[in-house]
Design a protein around this ligand. Structure first.
Ligand code: GLU
Length: 510
């Protein structure tokens, strides 16, 4: 078998959509599983759609996710250059080969003439297609006399080179996911292969590059399936059928309700990112949010995306990159579209946050602590995040969940006060202070003296007293186990907070 070589071939037309990330991921998993090579090729032949910064964005996003390359625009390699605009001089000869062998022709039609043709068809409720049925009514080297064609070329008339589909043949694409897909050439348009600006189009450059870069498998989005018959014909036309790659067209990523393709606007509307990283449109300044900045862990994004359109053949959901590499198979990619599910995305993030070491979480927490002017010891921060992480979906929630470990409350939740701070409470809190001052500062000793001996022993109201202590320490009635909390923030600090509550809330009238 040939060496597995796959490529991810984005066009730098903006930020990389999450569907594109999934394509890159599947290519990566496939390459790694087969000990093959993964290549990053930038397809920038359409200069009108070029967006500055997009290429760097793509590289940064895939790097963040741990999708690594063996060759590519950022790494170099034996099959470079890997940016199509840098390969510009090599495509012309391939267009010439097709012209010479009768697989392509020159077309001189001006944009206005093509527009007029389209309008003429529209008026009759038809769609114009430049194909075997219409090509002889257009201005090209098939319809014009040879000397006229020669004259136009020599005098510098702009032209494009179009593929010439044979009339009425069935073209079959063997797709690893969908099986055989057959289309008749009468339905296919004579796509432009080479443009008047001297650049190849996507179709020509893509096939030439896949061939020259010895690509063994083309794994890409379903939106390219309609182009696949042309690609298959191009391999035939060039005489490269023997080394034609295998094709696998991935199912679409659908909106959460399953109605149509997941778009950027869905993300904005439903409150989840459709891009891996934040992106600022350099032309309009418009911002789009990314998974990274929203607090998603790369492992969670990778795991979630892997399962959007593929499954391991059982219902296992949590898989590391290494497991995914081991388990991935094209046979288990589904044919139907995969619905995006934001709750599931959050669930994955929650799960991966639990797997994060407390040290890593503490690092993520550092900016929030700084923002709030907190200067706590590393050990203390590590301990607190360890205690509280099971409540988190995102690291951004850390401050909300843990602030009372770092700063004393400055006010008390009025609802909780009226519910819990009852007449006689200052006396009970003062007793709690006394207990903390006298018994060993240990879990069991505090539990015995405060809960058992004082509260239960005197038949006092456990809920009211413990919640009032919590109110004094936290400011509300949330938080982890009360004694654990007291032990964590320390004796002095607890006593100070209890005293402050007595001073602030005082006695309540009967
Ligand atoms: N440049 C194409 C894209 O942006 C690549 C399609 C392919 O993989 O052949 O999707």
């Amino acid at each position: 078998m040939r060496k597995v070589r796959v490529r991810f071939a984005p066009s730098p037309t903006g930020p990389l959509h999450i569907g594109g990330v999934r394509t890159a991921l599947y290519n990566y998993l496939f390459a790694r599983q087969h000990g093959g090579d993964m290549i990053l090729r930038i397809e920038d032949t359409d200069q009108t759609r070029f967006v500055p910064g997009a290429e760097d964005y793509i590289i940064e996003a895939l790097d963040w996710l741990g999708i690594k390359f063996d060759e590519g625009v950022h790494l170099g390699g034996p099959f470079g250059p890997y940016r199509q605009s840098d390969r510009k001089p090599l495509y012309r000869q391939y267009a010439d080969q097709l012209l010479r062998d009768g697989w392509a022709y020159y077309a001189f039609d001006k944009p206005e003439a093509l527009d007029a043709k389209r309008k003429e068809y529209e008026a009759q409720k038809k769609t114009f297609q430049y194909d075997c049925n219409t090509r002889l009514s257009m201005e090209n080297s098939l319809s014009l006399p040879a000397d006229e064609v020669q004259r136009r070329i020599e005098s510098g008339d702009p032209y494009v080179v179009r593929f010439k589909f044979p009339d009425d043949i069935d073209i079959t694409v063997h797709d690893l996911i969908r099986g055989d897909v057959t289309m008749n050439s009468r339905l296919l348009d004579d796509k432009v292969l080479f443009k008047s600006d001297g650049m190849p189009t996507y179709h020509l450059a893509n096939i030439v590059d896949d061939h020259l870069m010895e690509i063994s498998h083309v794994i890409r989005g379903e939106e390219w399936l309609p182009s696949a018959p042309l690609h298959v014909m191009l391999y035939k036309a060039f005489g490269w059928e023997d080394t034609m790659p295998f094709f696998a067209h991935l199912p679409l990523l659908l909106k959460p309700d399953g109605n149509g393709k997941l778009s950027k606007r869905d993300g904005d509307r439903l409150g989840f990112p459709v891009f891996p990283l934040d992106w600022k449109n350099p032309q309009t300044g418009e911002m789009s949010s990314g998974y990274r900045e929203q607090g998603y862990l790369p492992e969670a994004v990778v795991n979630m995306l892997a399962l959007l359109g593929w499954n391991p053949g059982n219902d296992q959901e949590l898989m590391s990159m290494d497991e995914l590499i081991r388990l991935f198979s094209i046979e288990h990619i589904s044919k139907s579209g995969a619905k995006f599910n934001v709750e599931k995305a959050k669930w994955f993030n929650h799960e991966y946050l639990q797997q994060c070491s407390n040290e890593r979480l503490a690092d993520m927490f550092q900016p929030q602590l700084q923002e709030h002017g907190v200067n706590a010891s590393r050990d203390y921060v590590v301990k607190v995040v360890g205690m509280m992480k099971e409540r988190l979906n995102f690291p951004q929630e850390l401050w909300d969940q843990t602030h009372y470990f770092f700063v004393a409350p400055t006010q008390y939740d009025p609802k909780a006060v009226s519910k819990r701070w009852k007449p006689g409470m200052p006396k009970h809190i003062a007793q709690a202070i006394h207990i903390l001052q006298t018994v060993p500062f240990e879990y069991d000793a505090i539990h015995q003296a405060l809960l058992e001996d004082y509260i239960k022993g005197n038949e006092l109201n456990m809920g009211q007293i413990m919640n009032s202590i919590r109110l004094a320490v936290v400011g509300t009635t949330v938080g982890p186990d009360m004694i654990t909390l007291i032990l964590t923030i320390g004796k002095e600090e607890t006593i100070a907070r209890l005293q402050r509550a007595i001073d602030t809330l005082g006695e309540v009238e009967q």
